[in-house]
Design a protein around this ligand. Structure first.
Ligand SMILES: Nc1ncnc2c1ncn2[C@@H]1O[C@H](COP(=O)(O)OP(=O)(O)OP(=O)(O)O)[C@@H](O)[C@H]1O
Ligand SMILES: [Mg+2]
Length: 261
């Protein structure tokens, strides 16, 4: 069995009366894309926020490479190697592409943030960036404002930014929402590159085509509870999952359709 990089153990979270995590358990291994699916409002993004430390758990524990990180602040978890992207890209919209990308990749840079203002972060950074942007399949001018790029390219850049900080576990929240098929394929290629680099990835995604084609294992959340866990084939034939989620739209089982937003 591959190394378990991330373990969520009996995690609970409620906002007022709304239970968004109820005794949630999930394990993510090195070299695995672990899908997290479920209806809108099921608690998927909340779980990522609990893992990355943006929210505190009400109960339960989170382990990263065997170490209990439950009480650690988000910046410590991120420096340890828990990286993430957001459901809507979080950039400083009026700043240049250069500044947006370099700020986000500073976590792994021993030279410190200021070095990025004076040009490059070094040959390794350039080489790595070139490789990733080639996978993403587009080019741009570094001094352009980031919000002048099409939405799909901003979302791809957000994944690249997360990858450049060399996370061990990468949490990716709906990378394909609003993307065309070509861009979705580029997302797949980037995630596969992350696996090659030895990451474990948690992927929230409503596109069933994407989830079923890239994930090794899938956890299904419904009203904060994991109602099923298994391989794509097991999940697609699980009656409870079909009733709670997949069965809403027959096309989803055939692949290609989107459920929710
Ligand atoms: N900071 C918060 N304060 C109060 N309620 C919250 C907070 N964050 C999330 N919630 C609530 O928790 C529930 C789960 O939300 P969450 O965003 O985790 O769902 P989701 O599964 O990611 O849904 P979607 O597929 O629409 O992105 C919702 O009812 C939401 O309103
Ligand atoms: Mg969400």
């Amino acid at each position: 069995m591959a190394e378990v990089l991330l373990e969520v153990r009996n995690v609970n979270k409620a906002f007022g009366g709304v239970v968004t995590a109820k005794e949630v358990n999930m394990k993510v291994e090195k070299g695995e894309i672990h899908g997290l699916i479920g209806p809108n409002g099921a608690g998927k993004t909340t779980l990522l926020n609990l893992i990355s430390g943006i929210y505190d758990v009400d109960g339960g524990q989170i382990f990263f490479k065997g170490e209990d990180v439950t009480k650690l602040p988000p910046y410590t978890r991120s420096r340890m190697g828990i990286g993430r992207t957001f459901q809507s890209p979080r950039f400083s919209p009026r700043s240049s592409i250069r500044d947006n990308l370099l700020v986000g990749t500073d976590l792994d840079n021993k030279m410190g943030y200021l070095s990025s203002f004076f040009g490059k972060k070094g040959a390794d950074f350039d080489k790595e960036f070139e490789e990733l942007i080639k996978i993403a399949g587009f080019t741009f001018d570094w001094d352009e404002r980031i919000n002048s790029l099409p939405y799909g390219q901003q979302k791809l850049l957000e994944i690249i930014r997360a990858m450049l900080s060399h996370p061990t576990v990468m949490l990716v929240d709906e990378p394909c929402a609003g993307l065309n098929m070509e861009e979705q394929n580029r997302v797949k290629d980037l995630l596969n590159k992350g696996l090659e680099q030895g990451m474990g990835i948690v992927l929230i995604e409503h596109s069933m085509e994407m989830v079923m084609s890239v994930c090794h294992n899938i956890s299904v959340l419904n009203f904060g509870e994991i109602i099923a866990e298994g391989t794509p084939a097991e999940i697609q034939s699980n009656q409870q999952v079909i009733e709670a989620y997949l069965g809403k739209d027959e096309d989803t089982l055939a692949g290609g359709a989107h459920v929710g937003n």
